[in-house]
Write a new protein. Structure first.
Length: 92
């Protein structure tokens, strides 16, 4: 994907402050399978952030440890991502 297109998409998503409008955008942009996978990835990083063990997450979500390891690595590598997930988990 071109950096320009990704930047444009980031601007549009960042400018969408209404959750209902954001959901509409995600439903328009992603296939049903992509939406399921994205929601699953979000669920797993939330569980990681809440302190759940990787093997427990794997059993609960029915996914491989490789997927969980990737989520864990992204949380460590990307401070803004970690901050947003932590904020969401804390507010729940």
């Amino acid at each position: 994907m071109s950096k320009k297109a990704l930047n444009e998409l980031a601007v549009v998503l960042a400018d969408t402050h209404d959750p209902s409008a954001m959901r509409d955008l995600l439903e328009a942009l992603l296939t049903p399978r992509e939406r399921v996978r994205l929601a699953l990835r979000w669920r797993l990083v939330c569980l990681l952030t809440s302190g759940m063990h990787q093997r427990s997450i794997a059993r609960q979500l029915g996914i491989s440890l490789c997927n969980i390891t990737r989520g864990s690595r992204e949380l460590k590598r990307r401070p803004v991502f970690r901050q947003k997930v932590s904020q969401f988990v804390r507010d729940q």
